[in-house]
Write a protein that binds this ligand. Structure first.
Ligand SMILES: [Zn+2]
Length: 108
């Protein structure tokens, strides 16, 4: 679960990504991993809880990469017309982490 680096409030990845969707070249960014990560790290996000701003580099890069993968894995994950994320990213990330831990346990 990702938290605001300033107030500790939990952040919704879909909400964060939607803040990035207003970028003019968002369509391009969301197809290119390197471009996405670079843009993400330098992007100024606004926390919906405390209203403070922080850079994407203050959030876990590993989760951001997963988010990028998920968005590219599922067709129609982004509603470009309304600039909305259709995926429930937080649930998918939680599931992913769970499976990873389970995998580690099994392989020991
Ligand atoms: Zn906050």
């Amino acid at each position: 679960m990702t938290k605001c680096p300033l107030c500790g409030g939990s952040l919704d990845w879909a909400g964060l990504i939607e803040q990035m969707l207003v970028l003019e070249n968002a369509n391009e960014i969301f197809q290119d991993r390197e471009k996405f990560m670079k843009t993400f790290e330098g992007f100024v996000f606004k926390c919906p809880h405390c209203g403070e701003e922080f850079y994407g580099r203050n959030l876990p890069a590993k989760e951001a990469e997963k988010v990028f993968e998920l968005l590219n894995e599922f067709k129609g994950s982004i509603d470009w017309e309304n600039r909305k994320v259709r995926l429930r990213l937080n649930s998918l990330l939680a599931l992913d982490t769970m499976l990873e831990n389970w995998d580690k346990k099994v392989k020991g």
